[in-house]
Design a protein around this ligand. Structure first.
Ligand code: SAM
Length: 259
């Protein structure tokens, strides 16, 4: 039974890292008229309230999106700021968008979203929040969904893989999974998020990923102080295959503001 709930971590520094770069990549990809697909293997519930007891309990957003807002890390025209602005207008000032909602606000009516979430309650919330978008939600293992949908129609597109790593075998599964996705969908932009852990548990997966011959890989990491004493996550990593032109400069901006 899955117990991870992203509400305890919504809007933290790892979310800012992942969501800002995601919003930027989708904005770049939608500059062309051609439609595109967005696939997400581990979608979460899509919408979070940062004044909910779970979010208040950990307070992780304070060093993340709240600090970003206070210090103006992203201009008003940045696609991440725009998506958050619409979500706050619609759902209240304490609202924070998960990756499916960030993506939905960056995409257009001609684009398609495929979102997998296994946890029944998270899935129900996701299905509700995505109802007004061209999205299909799957209460299914995200790895299976992605392999059955790829190559998607439209073929241009981006896949986000954002597991909670609650299931430790995810670290072993992911390199082979990305290789399979790439063989089926060689034009797809594939984005993997992973935690940088003080115990080094992520390192084997990274070693296996970098040993594979994947094209145009951008590997970007930011380090930060643990959310609380003894917390094992000391940074956030993104491993991007086929990243769009200019993504390196955007990643450098994130390094400057976060680290
Ligand atoms: N991507 C979301 C965001 O940034 O807003 C956060 C996702 S959270 C880190 C990971 C989610 O994956 C959890 O909601 C969990 O229930 C779900 N999950 C875990 N294993 C899964 C699997 N095999 N397939 C689909 N969802 C899974």
């Amino acid at each position: 039974m899955l117990s991870y709930q992203h509400i305890y971590h919504a809007g933290n520094l790892a979310d800012v890292h992942k969501h800002a770069l995601l919003a930027w990549m989708l904005a770049y990809m939608t500059e062309k008229d051609k439609p595109m697909s967005y696939l997400e293997t581990h979608a979460g519930r899509g919408l979070y309230q940062l004044d909910a007891p779970e979010a208040v309990k950990t307070g992780e957003a304070a060093a993340g999106i709240s600090l970003s807002d206070a210090q103006g890390w992203f201009g008003k025209e940045h696609p991440y700021s725009k998506a958050l602005g619409v979500v706050r207008e619609t759902h209240g000032e304490a609202a924070y968008a998960g990756s499916p909602l960030i993506a939905a606000h960056g995409l257009r009516p001609q684009d398609r979203l495929h979102l997998a979430e296994l946890h029944p309650k998270e899935f129900a919330a996701l299905d509700w929040v995505m109802a007004s978008f061209p999205a299909r939600c799957y209460q299914q293992n995200g790895f299976d969904m992605a392999l059955s949908v790829a190559p998607p129609v439209p073929r241009r597109g981006l896949m986000l893989i954002d597991p909670s790593y609650e299931i430790k075998s995810d670290y072993d599964t992911i390199p082979g999974f990305i290789a399979r996705v790439h063989r089926k969908w060689n034009v797809g932009v594939v984005v993997l998020w992973y935690p940088i852990l003080s115990n080094g548990l992520h390192k084997g997966m990274l070693g296996a990923l970098t040993a594979q011959t994947l094209p145009k890989v951008l590997h970007h990491e930011v380090r930060f102080a643990p959310a609380r004493p003894g917390h094992g996550m000391i940074g956030s990593g993104l491993f991007i295959v086929n990243g769009p032109y200019g993504v390196e400069a955007q990643a450098e901006h994130l390094s400057r503001v976060i680290s």
